[in-house]
Ligand binder design. Sequence first.
Ligand code: GUN
Length: 284
Amino acid sequence: MAKIIDGKAISAQVRADVAAETAELKEKGIVPGLAVIIVGDDPASRVYVNNKKKACAEVGFRSEEFALPADTDQSELLALVKCLNDRSDINGILCQLPLPKGLDDKAVIKAIAPEKDVDAFSEENVGKIMIGKYDFLPCTPAGVIELLRASDIEIAGKECVVIGRSNIVGKPMAMLLLHENGTVTICHSRTKDLAEVTRRADILVAAVGKAKFVTADMVKEGAVVIDVGMNRDENGKLCGDVDYASVEPKCSAITPVPGGVGPMTIAMLMKNTLKAAKLQNGIK
Ligand code: GUN
């Protein structure tokens, strides 16, 4: 029987720590502020944005939503980002991705002031992560590291395999595991004999975006399996990138979907926003 890594409980602890620090900041007259931009009406993005706003309220932040229509043009979006960069009461800015067709997400990310880039998506923040000298860590990979740490799972010296090479998850995930002294392999759609590579993993992170992609034959007995996926199965039920029913009996620990990595992403966003507010107010 695998240990089920409880992302709900671990994220609640992170949010409680953020709330306690926020209460202290309030005594100094500082209230962290997060601006959340959503363009168009993608239903998944709407759920994520609502959850982010709710988390802000729970930890004591101010949040402001900027909901723009799908036909917003690039210059309007960039003008909004510029205006938010200039506002001293806004400490963090995030633009929910994906953007509707026709809008350039890279240009929007580039426009966000690096000190307010609480997603850590900008070139400057990604570069800082590469050299291990960063202010913000990308929320999902940082959440995975926190899950492992809170579960007393050692990373140093372990074979870590990441499936997926996105800029948001796969690549930074590999870098953070490397910072923790794991031996890291990144797999992707062109990897030859994927199952042979994933079976080497002591820690396997699935970030492919395909429902139930990781099956039992791809997992070593006793491995730790982290599922970053958020998909719908053939019955429309929420599921991860891992075929949980077949993989769970084989591993030593596993994250469920929902209730694993998902809640951590938002908790780490709260952590980054708090840090942004502190840095912008000269507090270490
Ligand atoms: N879309 C999916 N995940 C994320 C995320 O972590 N941040 C933003 N801004 N958009 C996303």
